[in-house]
Design a protein around this ligand. Structure first.
Ligand code: ZN
Length: 274
């Protein structure tokens, strides 16, 4: 029956048997190297540790805009999601046991919070639903008029949300209100260093008014994307202090182990303990 095997088939069978004999870790790396061979050949990879899947991994990038393309091959995470988890691990190492509220979750960082923190509460804003009601396990909340009592949460997380909110002064003030003393608001927004804050749109009694050409970012619950309202510049920290009385630290962490790319700042606004 020797002739029954066509050219190459014999090699394929040997290769398959060899792979079965390898431990799972070796199989993972073989598969990874094979499926990303073009990026590896172009030097668009590095090895490291992912704080989201908590494994040794490879990071690859298809395009040079690392913020949207520098992915963990295991969990698909992006740098800003890893940066938030990194800062949580560093500033609030017991976050898994804390009461966490996240507005407009999205990405593998939010999935990790949901999976590992028992008291994690996600919310989205649906304009046609009543605030404070729960739809498919997610609460409807408007960040500028939250329905929670004062001092409800240990941590509030917002990831790339506060550049899309009309009246962000109300949002920062509301976040501070629902934080317990000693709590913190951990968040990302694109920060344009060395530039003044640019307000691109405003909501007036007459409706939406564009002050700059409309710019949209991806939105997990809407195909249309979300309008960018504010491009935050150097006044951000003062703005937060003025409207929420909270002091904010900026963490800009860069390493070639997966924390790189544009706009990778993570902000932590802390409510003083009593
Ligand atoms: Zn990962």
């Amino acid at each position: 029956m020797h002739g029954a095997l066509r050219d190459g088939q014999e090699n394929a069978i040997i290769w398959h048997l060899l792979r079965l004999a390898l431990p799972a870790q070796a199989r993972f790396w073989l598969r990874t190297v094979h499926s990303h061979r073009r990026l590896i050949a172009r030097g668009r990879f590095n090895l490291g540790h992912c704080v989201i899947c908590e494994r040794r991994t490879m990071f690859v990038w298809k395009e040079s805009y690392l913020r949207n393309h520098y992915q963990c091959v295991r969990c698909g995470s992006l740098p800003r999601w890893r940066a938030v988890i990194h800062v949580l691990n560093r500033c609030y190492p017991d976050w898994r046991g804390l009461h966490i509220f996240e507005s407009s979750p999205g990405g593998t960082g939010s999935e990790k919070l949901k999976a590992e923190c028992a008291r994690y509460v996600p919310s989205h804003f649906w304009p046609n639903r009543e605030l404070g009601t729960v739809f498919e396990g997610i609460r409807c909340e408007d960040l500028t008029r939250l329905t929670y009592p004062d001092e409800t949460f240990d941590l509030v997380v917002t990831q790339d949300v506060l550049e899309h909110v009309f009246h962000p002064e109300r949002a920062f003030s509301e976040v501070a209100r629902i934080l317990r003393p000693g709590g913190g608001h951990v968040f990302t927004v694109p920060l344009f260093r060395g530039r003044k804050t640019l307000v691109r749109a405003e909501m007036t009694p007459a409706g939406l008014h564009h002050l700059a050409p409309p710019d949209y970012h991806g939105n997990p619950i809407s195909h249309e994307g979300t309008l960018v309202v504010t491009e935050w510049g150097d006044e951000l920290i003062d703005f937060i202090r003025y409207h929420s009385h909270l002091d904010t630290d900026v963490y800009d962490i860069q390493d070639r182990l997966g924390l790189d790319g544009q706009f990778r700042d993570v902000f932590v606004s802390r409510k003083p303990a009593r």
